[in-house]
Design a protein around this ligand. Structure first.
Ligand code: UFG
Length: 333
């Protein structure tokens, strides 16, 4: 069985859906602090999911998951991931993302589970010295979120040397889109990410564009938007890689193409077929001008490649927004 921590959250639930559709049995471990029970209930319609509500900060919670299930590998998503919040409250980030992961890894070792795929981030690179960013780029995070993820990467190296624990660290760029059948998708409260914020905007909630004076072609920040279903596929490849005896390694997951905030905004207007109210605001603290992945390593070693476009991500995100309204109003149970 595969254990998915954070499987009631955005990216974890998409991997869960793909695994269920492949007929795999999974255990989801989630505190439901940020994840949603509604997502678990939807997943349950598509296969054999066992759900354990627990907190990684409590060693006994996670030990319990290993005690009662035959787990052979782990995909570890559970974490706090808001950059701005991590700068204000690093304690919360280190305690949850590092200490929580230590409990998970220690339980894995106790129960002889030696394979883990870990959600890392482009934020471990910090301010880029060059783009596209390859895996050789120096890792010098500029916020506690990125530092907490880099700390876990280092712990995983030491745990491989000492205990033979094999890890694949997947460094995500900007994750976007939703399930292509609109069953699950992005659901953050509050929402801080670009695409859902553009799609949720209306006359009462004007979309705020943070900065148009960056050193980029149109003055707005450039990011690499990787589709969440493509990302889920990369986790499947990473699990296969470990199952085939692959060693500890790390991979960037992005498309290799950058899109500016203005380009994303225009594409959203095209998909919605209407004008979206917009206000250009000052820069948001800590936003680098340009983040784009070099994904050659994931292509060559994992045999993965992104298949879906930015427009696919926007269309699926838009369809999911409609499902989400129904879920929130109890129409979909
Ligand atoms: N943006 C806006 N208005 C909004 C939201 C975002 O203009 O309402 C802009 C941001 O300023 C930024 C771009 O859109 O220029 C993308 O912002 P997101 O918040 O969607 O994503 P980030 O690039 O800040 O961060 C994401 C993840 C992080 C991860 C990082 C790594 O949320 O967890 O990618 O690249 F660390």
């Amino acid at each position: 069985m595969i254990l998915i921590t954070g499987g009631a959250g955005y990216i974890g639930s998409h991997l869960a859906m793909v695994l269920l559709e492949k007929g795999r049995d999974i255990v989801i471990f989630d505190s439901l602090e940020l994840g949603h029970i509604e997502i678990i209930n939807i997943l349950k319609k598509y296969g054999n999911v066992k759900f354990i509500q627990g907190n990684l900060k409590k060693l006994d919670d996670i030990r319990g998951a290993f005690l009662v299930n035959k787990i052979d590998s782990v995909v570890h998503f559970a974490a706090y991931s808001q950059v701005a919040e991590s700068v204000k409250n690093p304690q919360k980030y280190y305690y949850n993302n590092v200490y929580g992961t230590l409990n998970l890894l220690n339980a894995m070792i106790e129960f002889g589970v030696k394979k883990v795929v870990f959600s890392s981030t482009a934020a471990t690179y910090g301010e880029p010295e060059y783009v596209p960013i390859d895996e050789k780029h120096l890792q010098r995070p500029i916020n506690a979120y990125g530092s907490s993820k880099l700390t876990v990467e280092k712990i995983m190296d030491d745990y491989d040397r000492a205990y033979g624990l094999k890890s694949v660290r997947l460094r995500y760029f900007n994750v976007a889109g939703a399930d292509s059948k609109s069953r699950i998708g992005e659901w953050h409260e509050p929402e801080t990410h670009l695409i859902p914020n553009i799609l949720k905007a209306d006359e009462t909630k004007i979309f705020k564009m943070f900065g148009d004076d960056y050193d980029t072609p149109d003055g707005t920040c450039v990011r690499d938007y990787i589709n969440v279903e493509d990302l889920a596929d990369a986790h499947i490849k990473a699990l296969e890689y470990l199952n085939n005896g692959g060693g500890t390694d790390y991979f960037n997951l992005g498309t290799g193409n950058g899109n500016s905030v203005k380009e994303v905004f225009d594409a959203c207007e095209e998909v919605l077929g209407r004008k979206i109210p917009l206000e250009v605001c000052p820069r948001r603290d800590g936003d680098p001008a340009k983040l784009v992945a070099d994904n050659k390593k994931a292509r060559s070693i994992l045999g993965w490649k992104p298949e879906r476009s930015l427009l696919d991500s926007i269309k699926t995100a838009e369809a999911w927004e409609k499902s989400l309204q129904k879920i929130k109003s109890g129409i979909i149970l």
